[in-house]
Design a protein around this ligand. Structure first.
Ligand code: NAD
Length: 299
């Protein structure tokens, strides 16, 4: 049993913290919003009044925050995690953020004598609830060995991707590929609809053909073929279109810095930008089907 400080109890963080408690760890949680802290207390955890208090309470400190600016705000500065964590604590940031921030914060932790992992996840809210997330982890071998058993309480697949920041590289590449495949599936189903082929027939054929991919088989954006998918419930998030856009911006920025050509990633970023600008950012990212279908029908 470990003592764990958990900061950021949102869609992902709340079920992840709950799984740590189910595994008998002592969790002290904090979020800027009060509701999730009260829920954590009802589940047997301890609420903290601020991030510093949660950080000081754990041998392990886990964060699950929206993006790089929040990670910098929570980790750095006189009341940040790095200043307030226990001597010898392991810091694990599970947020999806820019590689630069991940490396900067890890370097600052190292200067303070603390080990740190960047450990972004794949698997969404359903994976967080079920404890089946995939963790892609950057950091030293020693820090990975220490963090792995804790991550195993929240996920099923835990991969060491290399030094600090490499977890974030894997994550932004994964999400860029996911966005491109999601839009591809949307276009295929919208075209088939226009041409008169039922969605179920297309799915039956393509889910065992060469266009098969996770976006189609597990998360089909066209209502009908995959009953558990958000498309059958009005596209509640899940993983929001706004967060997908955030991740596409991260991969585009990284591609620019590395002079890598990612034209499909750029196209996906533009399409998600249009969708979010249309006021749909809070919907699940698979809801981009609505935009593709509307334009298809209008065309
Ligand atoms: P969320 O917005 O639901 O949760 C973030 C939480 O952090 C919120 O509760 C917010 O109040 C809290 N927060 C913000 N600033 C804070 C601060 N300074 N101190 C303490 N708490 C603060 O987001 P989420 O869906 O849980 O995603 C979290 C991260 O995980 C993001 O980086 C996202 O890209 C990534 N991610 C999400 C999913 C998904 O399906 N939702 C999947 C994989 C990865």
């Amino acid at each position: 049993m470990a003592t764990i400080g958990f900061i950021g109890l949102g869609n992902m963080g709340a079920p992840m913290a709950a799984n740590l408690m189910k595994a008998q760890h002592k969790v002290t949680g904090y979020d800027v919003v009060a509701g999730p802290v009260s829920t954590l207390e009802l589940q047997g955890g301890k609420g903290a009044a601020n991030a510093a208090e949660a950080a000081a309470a754990g041998d392990i400190v886990v964060t699950m925050l929206p993006a790089g600016p929040q990670v910098r705000a929570v980790y750095l500065g006189p009341n940040g995690i790095i200043a307030k964590a226990k001597k010898g604590a392991l810091l694990i940031d599970c947020s999806t953020i820019d590689v630069e921030t991940a490396r900067l914060v890890s370097e600052e932790a190292k200067k303070a004598g603390l080990e740190m992992l960047d450990a972004p996840v794949s698997g969404g809210v359903m994976g967080a609830q079920a404890g089946t997330l995939t963790f892609m982890v950057g950091g030293t071998e020693a820090a990975f060995a220490k963090g792995r058993p804790i991550l195993a309480n929240m996920g099923r697949t835990i991969v060491h991707a290399g030094p600090a920041g490499n977890g974030q590289i894997a994550k932004i590449c994964n999400n860029m590929m996911l966005a491109v495949s999601m839009i591809g599936v949307c276009e295929g189903f919208a075209l088939a609809e226009k041409l008169g082929l039922p969605s179920q027939t297309l799915w039956d054929i393509c889910s065992t053909s060469t266009s098969q991919c996770w976006a189609m088989t597990n998360y089909c954006p066209m209502p009908g073929p995959v009953p558990a998918a958000p498309s059958n419930r009005g596209y509640p998030a899940g993983f929001t279109a706004a967060n997908m856009l955030k991740d596409l911006r991260l991969s585009q920025a990284a591609a620019g810095q590395a002079a890598a050509a990612t034209p499909m990633g750029a196209a996906a970023a533009n399409l998600y930008q249009l969708f979010v600008d249309g006021g749909k950012g809070a919907l699940d990212f698979s809801a981009i089907m609505q935009m593709v279908r509307r334009h298809g029908n209008a065309g």
